[in-house]
Design a protein around this ligand. Structure first.
Ligand code: PGA
Length: 265
């Protein structure tokens, strides 16, 4: 199934910085302030910062009044109660988050999150008016065995199980091949495009052309200023989820600039 392309113009370039388990409160405030300052004149892109939980409050205050938005890196699926160490969607809203990363491969692989957990987290985010940035992608072994698209379909199907069409339309999808994360080896633009196009086609089949054509699909995995333009040139790459390169304001803002240069209006 092909997806009609006339709606592609409606997709606003989207760049999120995933700071992972980095930055003290002081460092996070400094980085957020630097990004806010250098991105001040940039128009035509949605920019989201995802600091660690401990820095969310101060980063929220730092970016206040700018167009930059705040995201968390994880969420628990219950609304509140006796869940030691967990953070609910309502607490994330309270601290100023609009977005939350769900299903990052580091949580799947290191913490052991499975598709069932990720599905519950997607629903918890939506229930709390948080927009999920849903990560999925194959391992190197899966790619070598020719299972890339099979894995993507399984992860997407499971994560979106019993999520209604209206809610699916709010989800940002991040294709992040596990072998490209933090390794310095990015997917080639053609590899990214193949996966993104496939995800859009799956969305079209299940939820209709309109939703698929408007869906924002990010690429993540060793995005740097040097490879941002070539990846952004692919038709179905609508933005980036940036890890390592988002820890430095110069490289992060350069990536945003490249994205706007290629895809901006
Ligand atoms: P990376 O991380 O840019 O450091 O590869 C991306 C991610 O994990 O989201």
């Amino acid at each position: 199934m092909e997806v009609k392309e006339e709606k592609a113009g409606l997709r606003v370039p989207f760049i999120a910085g995933n700071w992972k388990m980095n930055k003290t409160i002081a460092e996070a405030k400094k980085l957020a302030a630097e990004i806010t300052k250098s991105a001040f004149n940039l128009e035509g892109a949605e920019i989201v910062l995802c600091p660690p939980f401990t820095a969310l409050y101060e980063v929220a205050k730092t970016i206040e009044g700018s167009s930059i938005q705040l995201g968390a890196q994880d969420i628990f699926w219950e609304n509140g109660g006796a869940f030691t160490g967990e953070i609910s969607g309502s607490l994330l809203r309270d601290v100023g988050c609009q977005y939350v990363i769900v299903g990052h491969s580091e949580r799947r692989q290191i913490i052991g999150e499975n598709d069932w957990i990720i599905n519950r987290k997607v629903k918890a985010a939506l229930r709390n008016q948080l927009l999920p940035i849903l990560c999925l992608g194959e391992t190197l072994e899966e790619r070598q065995k020719g299972l890339t698209l099979t894995r993507i379909k399984a992860q997407l199907d499971e994560a979106l199980k019993d999520v209604n069409q209206d809610d699916v339309s709010k989800i940002i999808i991040a294709y992040e091949p596990v072998w490209a994360i933090g390794t310095g080896v990015n997917a080639t633009p053609a590899q990214a495009q193949e996966a993104h196009h496939y995800i859009r086609m799956l969305l079209a089949e299940k939820y209709g052309q309109e939703l698929a054509a408007c869906a924002i699909i990010l690429y993540g995995g060793s995005v740097k200023p040097e490879n941002a333009s070539s990846l952004a040139k692919e038709a179905d790459v609508d933005g980036f989820l940036v890890g390592g390169a988002s820890l430095d304001h110069v490289s992060f803002v350069k990536i945003i600039e490249k994205m706007i240069e290629v895809k901006g209006k």
